[in-house]
Design a protein around this ligand. Sequence first.
Ligand code: HEC
Length: 304
Amino acid sequence: MTQKYLPLKDHDTPVKVLFTGYLCAVGIGYFFALLQILFTHGMADGKFGLSIDDIVYSYYGNRSGTVLETQLNGAMKDNASEEQRFKIIQWVRDGAELEDYKSKGIDSIIEERCVMCHNAQAPANTPDFTQFENLKKLSTQDTGATFSSLTRVSHVHLFGISFIFMFVGLIFSFSETTSTRYKCIAIGMPYIFLVTDILSWWLTKVHPMFAWLIILAGMGMGISFIFMWVISLLEMWAYQQIFIENGGVYGQKLKALYAATITPERRAWLLSMLSLVREKAHEQWLNTIIPFLKKLLNNIKRSE
Ligand code: HEC
């Protein structure tokens, strides 16, 4: 049979170095992208970590409140004290009038706490609060991402990410340990997920029900990326050890070490400890945390 392509392991070392450099750089890029998501969307509901609520707040908005309120209880929470945030929110709820802005001292809070980032030099997504109108605009109902920001991010993502998957997919297409069928799936899937992802932003903007689709698409993209990334690097640099010798000397050593450390008895003990911890946590959740949250909620209701 004539060879249709040069397998990854048989490429010249300089080409392998090139491929590896690219894969490592985009791998680190992916990591930073995830961090960025965690810090922008992750804080949207005021709690660290990504949840469906974060996605809904980011795209559909928190329609029971205003943009300023959502942000002050979410991503901007740490930028002002409890009292200052409360004052701003009261002012917004009272109609965000210019007179009150001065007389209630909101101007000095904004000056002290927000203007260092929200000024004329800031990028487009960080409104300039030295202009009162910009603040006023954000005291209307929070409907999430604006159409103009969605349009901007959509095209940037479509162009940028399809380039990343172009090269990751091209490198992976020279692999030989995955069947043609699975290669097609791994290479094609990111594009389907990419389009789904962008489409689901727009859908979520219209209805919060679609937030789960964003998470699903993001995970699908991540899984195909990791799969192609790992297989490509292994075939280039550890083909013999991994695919022929089944892990090689180190693999065998690692397996032996695992078998020696995690004996069946220790494994059983570990599992029993785990279930004990889980039981205790569940107990604490029911007996301590839930009552505490209920009390907190009641206090908040009463103080309103
Ligand atoms: C450390 C810098 C920094 C400080 C301090 C800061 N912000 Fe922000 N703020 C940002 C950035 C950056 C964004 C854009 C976030 C994004 O969308 O990625 C933003 C976004 C916002 C938005 C959303 C704007 C929109 O169009 O959706 C609001 C509202 C906001 N900030 C309010 C405040 C208020 C009120 C304060 C003061 C209590 C404050 N911020 C202090 C950096 C800051």
